[in-house]
Each structure stands twice: as C-alpha cells, then as structure tokens.
Design a protein around this ligand. Structure first.
Ligand SMILES: [Zn+2]
Length: 186
C-alpha cells in the first residue's frame, strides 16, 4: 500500500469510519513504514487527547460577551466613504441622464413631431430648437467618432448599437471600479 492511501485510511481512523479490513491493511503498512507510523502516532495521540477531554459548556453570557467585544471593536471606517457614496450617486444620476439623453436623441424626431402635432407646446419647442440643434451636432460628432472607431466591426454590429454598447461598457466599468473600491475599504 502507498503512503497516500495509508494517510487516507488514517483520516478514516480519526473519523472512526475505518473498517476492520482496512484497519488491518493500515496496520501492516505502518509496521513497515516509519514515516506513516510517526504520522499515525501523532493522530492517535490527538484522538486520545480529544477523547479524554471534558466537554465544557459555554458560560451563559458567552454570546453577550462575544457580541459586546465585537461591538467594541474599532471598525475602521474609511474617511472617504461619504465622498465615494456621493460619487456613486453622481455617477448613477449621470448614467440615467445619459441613457435618457441617448434615447431622447434617438427618438427626438418622434417626440418633437408629437409635441408639434398637439400644438400646445409651440413656445416650448421654439425655446428648445437651439438646444436640439446643439444636441444634433453633438450626437453627430459622437456617432462619427464611434463610427470611425468601429469601422472594422461595423460589418458585424451597427454603429448605433456599437455606440450604445461602448458607452454602457465604459459606464459599467467605471461603476465596477467604484464598487470594488468601496468593497475593499469596508
Ligand atoms: Zn507509509
């Protein structure tokens, strides 16, 4: 028998699940193997120590004492927690606004047409006109940038989808970093 197998049998011996046949095998291996004999003696000693140990029950106030000690521990709260959570909130709001902005810029014509058709928002639309123009220019610039970046992939994914994908990937990445940073400091 190999020493590895003998070791496994010793574990069974410790668990008191060793069969008589295996005990005989282990015994004969130990007789010829000083290394395993030594190991077995150690285990056997530990087992005997455990068996002679008195079972001590915990004092009645054990739980309370432990909890008190835990409460008394000086948990190091990172000084930047407030700042970080503010950063999280700002990023959350920014992400939502960006998402809404993207959706609005994709469907702006539909929205503007609808508002114009009701006739009730003429003044509002007039005020909005320069803004939409600016948004148009801005999204056009963004789309151009991403289109040139993704020219290689454009055969696989449409530029608009890729733009969204890249933006969400960046946002997810940034939020993941913030999350990890917070977790590490707790
Ligand atoms: Zn051995």
């Amino acid at each position: 028998m190999e020493c590895e197998k003998a070791s496994a049998l010793m574990m069974q011996y410790m668990d008191k699940t060793l069969s008589e046949a295996d005990a005989a095998k282990l015994n004969s291996h130990i007789k010829g193997c000083p290394v395993c004999k030594e190991e077995f003696m150690v285990y056997d000693k530990i087992l005997r120590e455990f068996e002679t140990m008195e079972v001590i029950s915990a004092p009645d106030d054990f739980c309370d004492t432990v909890m008190e000690k835990i409460r008394a521990l000086d948990f190091k709260r990172p000084a930047s927690t407030v700042k970080d959570s503010m950063l999280c909130v700002i990023w959350g709001v920014f992400s939502v606004l960006l998402g809404l902005g993207l959706l609005a810029s994709m469907y702006k014509d539909t929205v503007i047409e609808y508002l114009a058709s009701t006739g009730r928002f003429d003044l509002f639309l007039k005020t909005l006109a320069p803004v939409t123009e600016y948004v148009n220019l801005f999204t056009e610039g963004l789309t151009n940038t991403f289109t040139s970046l993704s020219s290689g992939l454009s055969a696989l994914v449409s530029p608009v989808r890729l733009t969204l994908l890249v933006i969400f990937a960046v946002l997810a990445g940034i939020q993941y970093v913030i999350y990890k940073k917070n977790k590490a400091e707790i």
